[in-house]
Design a protein around this ligand. Structure first.
Ligand SMILES: *Cc1c(COP(=O)(O)O)cnc(C)c1O
Length: 400
């Protein structure tokens, strides 16, 4: 049975999260506080590397590493050979994107919420291949305009890419509706699930994406330096990794090599093994709580935060969308976002700043300033929200 987040459960989850004793952490969209079992798994592996050797420790951890693939495949509703373990979300996205055989005249459709790294990669690929990038419009409410996308489709569309949850706000894009269009046209669909992974259910069959990238450290509460890529089995061998090594391919003769047929072709031999073990523990931790339950816990928490922020003088909340998640963004006319973040930090409250260049299309369309991003997780509480807004009120009062 998935958890419903009773006060008792939240208390015990906080006890299992050492960071909650030290900070008020509303920077889960940056990097969540990891739970103790994730920390322990990494520490154990690092200790074993020191005691018996790095290669030997990896052999010893083989079953745990297998379980990382298994846990991710369970979360995504896919098969293990469709999962590649990566060092972050950007490289995961890149391996699929740069490896795709784009040709002159191909159209690449990209959402307005596109993350800077993805868009920069798309620009570079367009320059090299002669493909064009076209931005899918957003509705007035901020989400990707599914009807407009349907109108844009034709034979030349080579790929649809979508940011599920943008880095700069609480919006959740209707990923499955985009998936239905991609399926109708049999067009590959690359989903950036970096902010949604760990916040909400992420079944690739329900969503209908062909490829999906995510990171470990954000809402999944995994280690830094970890991420993963999913590629549907029908597409794995149609995507040639832009970089290869002896793990991704086999050297078969002086003039030849063979790229492996599974998603591990996108991986490298050398990785942060302890982190990959920790990533598996983090995904299991989320699965045990239930992603549906996690999302149901997060949404009202963030809604409460938005309501309280809205009530503060001089504060503007910038979140859009019909379905919203744990991320909240706001600005104030009293103070620069970077200074405000610093003031909050002095009070041991963690947030981050979303600057326009991280989501340039969206920031330009909505004329967004630098914003403070306060992102809550299930282990945050209503009390913390109150403390946070109290801090904010005092800081703003002192500034005026
Ligand atoms: C953080 C983020 C990324 C990049 O993730 P990395 O693990 O830092 O590469 C990509 N897309 C979105 C929407 C993000 O918020």
């Amino acid at each position: 049975m998935p958890a419903s987040f009773s006060d008792d459960l939240v208390s015990s989850l906080r006890e299992e999260t050492p960071g909650t004793q030290h900070v008020l952490h509303f920077n889960n969209a940056g990097a969540s506080l990891p739970p103790q079992p994730v920390v322990d798994a990494q520490m154990h592996h690092i200790r074993r590397e020191a005691e018996i050797g790095g290669y030997e420790a990896k052999e010893e951890a083989e079953e745990k590493l297998e379980d990382t693939y298994d846990a991710i495949a369970t979360m995504l509703g896919c098969q293990e050979h469709e999962v590649a373990l990566m060092q972050n979300a950007t490289r995961a996205w890149d391996m699929a994107f740069y490896g795709f055989p784009f040709e002159t005249g191909d159209r690449i459709l990209i959402s307005r919420a596109a993350y800077a790294s993805n868009y920069i990669a798309a620009l570079q690929v367009a320059e090299k291949t002669g493909a064009s990038i076209e931005v899918i419009p957003s509705t007035e409410i901020g989400e990707v305009d599914v009807d407009a996308l349907r109108e844009m489709m034709d034979e030349r569309v080579a790929m649809i890419t979508l940011t599920h949850v943008p880095t700069n706000g609480g919006l959740v894009n209707p990923a499955a509706e985009v998936g239905a269009i991609a399926r109708d046209w049999d067009v590959p669909y690359l989903l950036d699930a970096c902010q949604s992974a760990g916040q909400m259910p992420l079944d690739v069959n329900d969503i209908g994406c062909t490829m999906l990238s995510a990171t470990g450290r954000k809402y999944l509460r995994g280690p830094r330096g970890t991420g993963f890529l999913y590629v549907h089995e029908d597409w794995i061998e149609r995507i040639t990794p832009p970089l290869l090594d002896l793990h991704a391919a086999t050297w078969t003769g002086p003039e030849s090599y063979a790229i492996r047929p599974d998603a591990a072709r996108f991986e490298t031999f050398e990785t942060y093994v302890g982190g990959m073990v920790g990533l598996g523990v983090a995904v299991r931790y989320a699965l045990d709580l239930g992603l549906e339950a996690i999302f149901e816990r997060l949404q009202p928490l963030a809604a409460t935060l938005r309501t309280r922020l809205d009530a503060l003088d001089g504060v503007t909340v910038h979140d859009t969308g019909t379905t919203q998640c744990g991320i909240t963004t706001f600005s104030t006319d009293r103070m620069d976002a970077v200074d405000l973040k610093q003031k909050l930090r002095e009070r041991r409250a963690n947030v981050s700043v979303s600057s326009p260049p991280s989501t340039l299309l969206d920031a330009t369309a909505r004329n967004l300033p630098k914003m403070v991003r306060a992102s809550v997780h299930y282990y945050n509480t209503a009390d913390e929200i109150e403390t946070f807004t109290d801090h904010l009120q005092k800081i703003l009062h002192d500034a005026s």
